[in-house]
Design a protein around this ligand. Structure first.
Ligand code: SAH
Length: 356
């Protein structure tokens, strides 16, 4: 399978063919991806046919369209049944792809649907890169009206914790940068705050963007929302964030999901401003999207505006992020490993999902 294969090993796929065919195939796989092997027009038909039914490392099980055609969610299924969700968001000058790094997630953040449904497995580099290639081929060959015909941004904000799958994610990043020729500045890795992973990613040497999902500005509240905070508390996270910025030269951003009556008060805004100043971060506020196993609600519009104003007043760079894909359960925190499963198992409590 081409995408599951290390690019350097492509020759094996074409044994018996002249060597320039490898370059041609590489071009189709990484530079100008196409949806189907039959579109690889400069390859002989017998070559195209030889891998036509395993061009992708997954089957395209479902495709949903939301936001009047500007958001598209794909459900891909790997050979072992693992479900991979990918979301494409189109804008007049941008096309952002939100990709998954794991099927499911082990970190159990209370308000995130992926965490509520547990961990299935790590995705392979080829499975990560193929999400990008598929969306790229879609934009080139089918497209979204009024949207660029190529991806402008890739964010690791789909299912999974990228820094808990660092080795494979690093190889996927390498293929995106070196084989697909994407600018590291157009790539964003989002993390719940795995401190050693942040340092290792910094040392990989690419100026890629790092987003930290903070959501709470003191350890007590943060541990109740993001359990891994117990292992990597905020002070350690701040140090790692600073190391990341100093090593890569990239400003870090902080993600803050706004939950009504939980993290939308002035005290949190005040502490968050302190953190943002210390690590020189930009803050993104996102209204909570509803998930099956959490009772939390989104902060009101008014509270979000007041929170943003309080941050601005304290000199923090802040953006309120628009939500895409809510109508197709494709918004932040709504992706989950088994799309068909709409209800939690009956024995589960209200806020914390099962570990499986
Ligand atoms: N594990 C990584 C990447 C996946 S989550 C991380 O935690 O960063 C991508 C973003 O969506 C994170 O900022 C996450 O905190 C946020 N998110 C999770 N659940 C959400 C929800 N229900 N509503 C809004 N944002 C959510």
């Amino acid at each position: 399978m081409p995408y599951l294969t290390h690019p350097e090993a492509l020759d094996h796929l074409l044994s018996g063919e002249p060597s320039y065919r490898v370059d041609q195939l590489r071009q189709w796989l990484y530079r100008t991806p196409v949806l189907s092997a039959s579109d690889m027009t400069n390859l002989p038909i017998h070559v195209r046919e030889s891998f036509s039914d395993h061009l992708w490392p997954f089957a395209i099980e479902d495709e949903q369209v939301g936001d009047a055609g500007k958001t598209r969610k794909w459900l891909f299924t790997a050979a072992d049944g693992a479900a991979i969700e990918t979301v494409l968001m189109g804008y007049p000058k941008r096309a952002t792809l939100c990709i998954s790094s794991q099927a499911g997630c082990a970190l159990a953040c209370t308000f995130c649907a992926t965490g509520q449904f547990g961990f299935e497995r790590h995705l392979e580099p080829g499975e990560i890169v193929a999400q990008v290639a598929y969306a790229q081929a879609f934009l080139r060959q089918i497209g979204m009206p009024g949207v660029p015909d190529h991806l402008t941004n890739i964010v690791f904000m789909g299912m999974g914790e990228p820094l808990a799958n660092l080795k494979r994610v690093t190889e996927a990043l390498r293929r995106m940068i070196e084989e697909m020729k994407m600018s590291p500045r157009s790539l964003t890795v989002s993390t719940v705050g795995i401190v050693p992973g942040i340092r290792q990613l910094a040392n990989a040497g690419w100026p890629i963007n790092l987003a930290i999902s903070l959501h709470a500005a003191d350890d007590e509240l943060r541990t109740s929302l993001v359990p891994i905070n117990k292992r990597y508390p905020i002070a350690d996270l701040e140090e790692a964030a600073t190391f990341y910025r100093e090593t890569t030269g990239r400003r870090v951003s902080v993600e803050w999901t706004m939950m009504d009556g939980v993290n939308d008060n002035l005290d949190q805004a005040d502490k968050l401003a302190g953190i943002a100043h210390r690590i020189l971060a930009h803050v993104n506020l996102i209204a909570l999207n509803p998930t099956p196993l959490s009772e939390e609600r989104a902060s009101t519009k008014l509270h979000i505006e007041q929170f943003a104003a309080a941050l601005k007043q304290r000199g923090v760079n802040v953006t309120v992020r628009d939500t895409r894909g809510k109508d197709i359960d494709a918004a932040c925190g709504q992706l989950r490993a088994r799309s068909g499963r709409t209800k939690p198992p009956p024995t589960v409590g209200l806020t914390i999902g099962p570990r499986r």
